[in-house]
Design a protein around this ligand. Structure first.
Ligand code: SF4
Length: 358
């Protein structure tokens, strides 16, 4: 069994009570069977707390006001951890923000950008992200609907896309546009069964300067309203951004974009590197998952669109601030966006379907 990691993986360490957006609030924490069994055996003073905090029927932790986990105390520390130690953590809590994608004999690990500290680490990477592999002993697993040849092809395509994505001699938007065009051809050939015979497929990864019109940007952004909202204030954030960016028409939008571009490259010389790291993150996390449904175009397009959404939200925040944006604010946009999209299976499915349509 091969375990594959991005090179920054080991930089992560939970900042616990210093975290500005704890992962123990805002969504339902699902508890695995083994942990439920373990919780049933707890004796002593913490027994009643377990009874009050664990919904054994639904296999989740109860939530208090603000969707806070029943074990999260006022100091944003976990009372279960304090009383019973780290071994008491259920799989979700033990693992987060480590995200695992499973393939036959391969596990790919990433750090979810929905965690503020993981997002900070990701955005702070200056060099192109590399991946390393560790051979682990494990029983060989077989997956239904898994075609190793398709996986190999997806992996090869991902490698080629990453090579282009990390080519810093090309503006990041042109690299993203190359992926957008290429993956549609790749998908067509996959659907028609001609992909494996096409030796020139990677020659179709051609950078181009994308021009997103006001109407296109507005329509693309509006798609976010089709997702379920996890945070109570997310819909307000979207509405506010739309008003700031698109509220005054095409001419103003173009002017905002031009001014923001000048500002961001002056104040964030690493802007394109941050955009590259985000694109790499989304491509790595999702593109090979197409081995299970063979819809790789929607996943790559979702990655490119995610970069677009994050930039638009950043531009709106910059406007709201009167022409400024801090790294902390940008990081917050990234982890909030990631939470909304990546912490809802329903949203990932809806996004996948929407991306098939565009
Ligand atoms: S979101 Fe990340 S840094 Fe914050 S408490 Fe959770 S794991 Fe720790």
């Amino acid at each position: 069994m091969i375990h594959r990691f991005p090179n920054y993986y080991k930089e992560f360490s939970c900042i616990a009570d210093k975290c500005e957006a704890t992962c123990c609030a805002g969504w339902q924490i699902v508890v695995d069977e083994d942990s439920l069994k373990q919780y049933k055996k707890v004796t002593g003073p913490f027994k009643q707390r377990i009874k009050d905090g664990v919904d054994f029927k639904e296999g989740v932790f109860y939530q208090n006001q603000g969707k806070r986990c029943a074990f999260l105390n006022e100091q944003n520390l976990c009372d279960m951890y304090t009383a019973l130690g780290e071994d008491s953590f259920c799989e979700t809590c033990r693992r987060y923000p480590r995200h695992i994608e499973e393939f036959e004999n391969i596990r790919e690990f990433t750090l979810s950008a929905s965690c503020p500290e993981a997002a900070r680490i990701l955005l702070s990477q200056k060099e192109p992200v590399q991946f390393y592999e560790v051979e682990m002993e494990a029983d060989e697993e077989e997956f239904d609907d898994y075609d190793p040849l398709v996986y190999e092809k997806l992996l090869e395509a991902r490698g080629e896309m990453l090579k282009l994505l990390q080519n810093r001699s090309i503006p990041v938007k042109e690299r993203a546009a190359a992926l957008w065009d290429f993956i549609q051809i790749f998908q067509e050939e996959m659907d028609e069964g001609t992909l494996f015979a096409d030796d020139t497929i990677y020659e179709k990864l051609i950078p181009r300067n994308p021009k997103t019109s006001y109407e296109e940007a507005k329509a693309l952004f509006a798609l976010l309203h089709n997702l379920e909202f996890l945070a109570d204030d997310w819909e307000d954030t979207l509405n506010e951004a739309e008003e700031l960016l698109y509220g005054k028409g095409a001419k103003d939008y173009e002017e905002i974009k031009t001014n923001f571009a000048v500002w961001k490259y002056t104040n964030f010389p690493n802007w394109d590197i941050m955009a590259e790291q985000l694109l790499v993150y989304f491509i790595i996390t999702y593109s090979c998952g197409a081995v299970y449904d063979e819809y790789v175009a929607s996943k790559v397009k979702m990655s490119v669109c995610s970069m677009f959404y994050i930039e638009e939200l950043a531009m709106a925040q910059w406007m709201k601030n009167g022409g400024s944006l801090t790294f902390a604010e940008f990081t917050k946009i990234v982890y909030r966006y990631s939470r909304e999209l990546e912490h809802s299976d329903e949203n990932l499915i809806t996004m996948d379907r929407m991306m098939e349509e565009i």
